[in-house]
Design a protein around this ligand. Structure first.
Ligand code: 13P
Ligand code: SF4
Length: 307
């Protein structure tokens, strides 16, 4: 859906009045990409939040992303365009359960995917995203590492960093986890010239079918750099919009199993307008959680991304 010119004008005017920047994840709807100042992956969005000089950040994404912005920029007003946009994977690790698991594995550092609550980050030694997971894992001095909450990302990292022993947590992304192997194999047979590219939140049996694995930004970059003209895209469908715009001559295929994150899609243009008008919903991480969480996030940001 295209953005009405009057909505564009209202957003531009309010953003200027509020000194606001609009950040959006690739999985958001096309119209959100169109009005955002910056569209990126989780790592890129955190870095952009930290870099921005704006007073207000309007986050179009899910709750943990706005929390990460609040952790990094306590002096800014961080708004989540749609307060109901959560991440089911982030909810698969409760702070109490992580505390219990840490007590059972003394001395084992905890590496937590940014798709987690601020409270869980505060209990972790370091964070990672899908764009830096192997570099972060390698950077840890300990041989044994507990990774939360995404089991699939942990298995992927373990396969690339065999010198570590990765202890798993049983979390997963419902959108990526439900991909069906037979369907992917059938899609490959239908498009034998296509390069298969996948997000590491997919299960190992799906990643085995891929020619390239990466974060959302990594996948988008890959389509630009590859000499192939056709791609099978195994991640949330939001990436198809920037890909089709950047490469109108290339073909992008997705499985019939809907690759849609219902939470990312909750962010609407009308939410951005309301957030800018009312300066809410505010996401503010309390200082006693923010400071230990910041330590884990800053340790991650000090490590260069894999892709
Ligand atoms: P990226 O870090 O690759 O943007 O992925 C975020 C996410 O939520 C994937 O499901
Ligand atoms: Fe969470 Fe998956 Fe949605 Fe990403 S795609 S926000 S991991 S539910």
């Amino acid at each position: 859906m295209s953005v009405a010119p009057e909505d564009r004008e209202i957003i531009a005017r309010l953003a200027k009045e509020r000194d606001a920047v609009i950040l959006a994840h690739y999985y958001c709807l096309p119209e959100i990409h169109d009005v955002a100042d910056f569209v990126g992956d989780s790592l890129g969005l955190s870095q952009e939040a930290a870099r921005s000089s704006a007073k207000v950040i309007v986050f179009c994404g899910v709750h943990f992303m706005a929390e990460t912005a609040s952790i990094l920029c306590p002096e800014k007003t961080v708004l989540l365009a749609n307060a109901d946009a959560g991440c089911p994977m982030a909810d698969m690790v409760a702070p109490e359960d992580l505390e219990k698991r840490k007590a059972e594995s003394p001395g084992v550092p905890v590496l937590t995917y940014v798709n987690s609550s601020a409270k869980v980050k505060a209990l972790s030694d370091i964070c990672c995203t899908s764009a830096n997971v192997t570099a972060v894992l390698r950077s840890l001095p300990s041989q044994k590492v507990l990774m939360t909450p995404d089991r699939n990302l942990a298995l992927y990292a373990q396969s690339l960093v065999p010198e570590k022993e990765v202890l798993l947590w049983p979390g997963f992304c419902p959108t990526h986890h439900r991909l069906n192997l037979l369907e992917i194999q059938e899609l490959k047979r239908s498009h034998p010239l296509a390069e298969v590219i996948a997000h590491p939140e997919c299960q190992p049996k799906i990643l085995n079918e891929a020619h390239f694995i990466g974060s959302t930004s990594g996948l988008i970059k890959r389509c630009a750099q590859s000499d192939k003209d056709e791609f099978i895209i195994l991640t949330e469908s939001g990436v198809i919009y920037p890909l089709s715009k950047a490469h109108p001559d290339k073909k992008f295929y997705q499985p019939k199993t809907a690759m849609i994150c219902p939470n990312m899609k909750k962010n609407r243009v009308s939410d951005i307008i309301l957030a800018l008008k009312n300066l809410e919903p505010v996401i503010k991480v309390p200082e006693e959680i923010r400071l230990p969480a910041l330590r884990a996030v800053e340790r991650m940001l000090a490590i260069p991304r894999d892709q």
